[in-house]
Design a protein around this ligand. Sequence first.
Ligand SMILES: *Cc1c(COP(=O)(O)O)cnc(C)c1O
Length: 236
Amino acid sequence: MTELTQSVQNILKEITQISQQNQRDINEITLVAVSKTKPIEAIVKAYEAGLRHFGENRAEELKKKAQTLAHLTDIKWHFIGHLQSRQSKPVAKYAHYFHAVDRVKIAERLSSQLDHVLPIFIEVNLSGEESKAGFDLKYWETSEEQRQVFLSAIQTIMSLKNIQIKGLMTMAAFEASESTIRNVFKRLKNLMIWLNTIFPHLQATDLSMGMSNDFHIAIEEGATYIRIGSAIFGER
Ligand SMILES: *Cc1c(COP(=O)(O)O)cnc(C)c1O
């Protein structure tokens, strides 16, 4: 068994264990294997080990990999990174999910290019770190202004053709303590619940959160999509 096959099995086992310990239904959790920068052969190995969802963050790289692996028809491609408008075309064509809607404009752009429904996640920045993309909702619980800006963006995005808001996405600070990370994930879940009370027909109930270093916490706090790169494919 190769090292990669072993890491896939270890991760799947861990996800199963954490789910059981937290009364989470394993079928509610999608593992997105973040294959950015990794070669085609690594993706094929992970596929053979049973994975079907792969995450990329460069439009050209997504295009190349999706074309090369077009014969593996049940692969689902997730675009997980910040996307510039002028690079949106390959994403509209090849991505099955988009995790990083960080402004209205990119959703509008994708909408104008799509010929199928694209499930998307709204990326939010809860830590206020400037290096992080996403709608600034650092103070959403107390700031009426942050809430209003966000709701009006959601309202616009909701109305776009071929765009389906599946839920929210966030990244916790990389070097934060466990309690800080947990707090970010709890706040994302609360934001999701609140959003769905404002727009009851939206049904944007998914949570894309958790990476190699914090997916355990994310599952405990309700993640439905976890994005794991280095723990599967090794360091980049
Ligand atoms: C790279 C990346 C990941 C995976 O990170 P790892 O620490 O390698 O698991 C997850 N989400 C996003 C948005 C990323 O850019």
